[in-house]
Design a protein around this ligand. Structure first.
Ligand code: DAV
Length: 379
């Protein structure tokens, strides 16, 4: 019997992983959840199209290099299928002028134990992205009799899903970050309504029996509630950080090994129960290093922040892959006792993220364990 899918946390020894592809990635067409406005890079508001070929080639070279590096460490690497992301897509509820791409599998696929869940996603351009992973999921299903293949309810994504549609972003972005944090983050209310469950898989941090889910511009309260009901053996905790535009937890708060987590030095946790839970169970939380990646050095057309510096992939409890120019972050990991494997990766940023975003766990050694035996009632 072949066992293919098994991963309960972010640190067990990695044996099999999906690595994304840059091919055909789009500056996506505008929609209520997302509006790109990059006149300085040839994509003023309302326009869309494929990222430049030379950027795509550079990103693919780094992705292929990373895949080969993982293989040289004994990890089986699977790659998704490339679709025509420039095509128009529609459901009976809406029409959308383009898709996005297939670089960040972490956003779409949530692996919990023997199960992979296809996330709802919350953007129309990303609604059909699961199709790129179907050949792999079908194969795992055929070959691994214990693999549980699940898909969260496909969201409607009608106008009722969004607060004020695209006008939301115009309004939000006219305010300073501090005001956005007061007005949106602390009220847990950004662009998404609570009309239906929504989540991106990358908003979930897997810590064994405990799953920490960031409420964000891609994950709403109902999405977290869906996850809670879907994983009754787990404890699903909602978490919130000091950030005006939260999107995906993996450049904000990540576990490194049992008892040790890395926290963004600016986007600090603002959920009191979360802080209490970590303290109660003797988890140490260390602030990350200063990023080298920044607004001046990051490549054009990148919608991710400089905090991709902490978006890393753990090979095992002693070994971590870190972007090659992030020397301060590498030093911090060395000081924490890790062997650091540098990986050139910043050409991939504009295609949807860093080393964690670009991968999705298929198999890590380990079982479901409880790293937070002391719980806080009601959290
Ligand atoms: O901080 O820009 C990056 C994660 C994308 N999957 C950020 C989030």
């Amino acid at each position: 019997m072949t066992k293919i899918v098994n991963s309960w946390n972010e640190w067990g020894r990695l044996r099999r992983v999906i690595v994304g592809r840059a091919d055909g990635t789009m500056v996506q067409a505008p929609e209520p959840a997302t509006v790109r406005d990059w006149p300085q890079w040839g994509f003023p508001k309302g326009t869309y199209g494929t990222l430049p070929q030379e950027m795509e080639d550079a990103a693919n070279e780094q992705l292929d290099g990373f895949a080969a590096l993982l293989e040289s460490h004994g990890v089986v690497v699977d790659r998704p299928e490339v679709l025509d992301f420039s095509q128009k897509v529609s459901t009976p509820d809406w029409k959308q002028d383009s898709m996005f791409g297939v670089m960040p599998p972490r956003d779409v696929l949530l692996t919990v134990g023997n199960e992979i869940v296809e996330a709802t996603m919350s953007q129309r351009a990303r609604w059909f992205e699961y199709l790129a992973y179907r050949p792999l999921l079908e194969k795992y299903f055929t070959e691994d009799p214990e693999f549980r293949w699940e898909a969260a309810p496909k969201p409607r994504l009608t106008d009722a899903t969004y607060v004020d549609g695209m006008e939301f972003w115009e309004y939000a972005e006219s305010l300073p970050d501090e005001e956005q944090i007061e007005r949106f983050t602390k009220k847990k209310q950004w662009n998404l309504t609570e009309a239906e469950p929504l989540f991106d898989a990358a908003d979930i941090g897997r810590f064994g029996r405990d799953l920490f889910v960031q409420r964000s511009t891609t994950t709403n309260g109902k999405g977290i509630d869906w996850l809670r009901r879907h994983f009754p053996e787990h404890r699903v905790h909602e978490v919130l950080f000091l950030e005006a535009h939260p999107m995906h937890i993996d450049a904000t708060f990540i576990p490194l090994r049992p008892g040790l987590a890395l926290s963004n030095r600016k986007r600090v946790p603002i959920s009191d129960e979360m802080k209490e839970l970590f303290a109660l169970n003797d988890w140490e939380i260390v602030p990350c290093a200063e990023p080298a990646y920044n607004a001046d050095t990051k490549p054009p057309l990148c919608f991710c922040s400089e905090w991709l510096s902490m978006n890393t992939l753990i090979l095992d409890e002693q070994t971590i892959f870190v972007e090659e120019t992030e020397l301060a972050q590498q030093q911090q990991f060395s000081d924490l006792g890790f062997e650091v494997i540098p990986v050139p990766f910043w050409a991939v940023g504009p295609f949807g993220g860093g080393l964690h975003c670009a991968t999705a766990d298929v198999y890590r050694d380990g079982t479901m364990e409880d790293y937070f035996p002391k719980q806080i009632p009601g959290y």
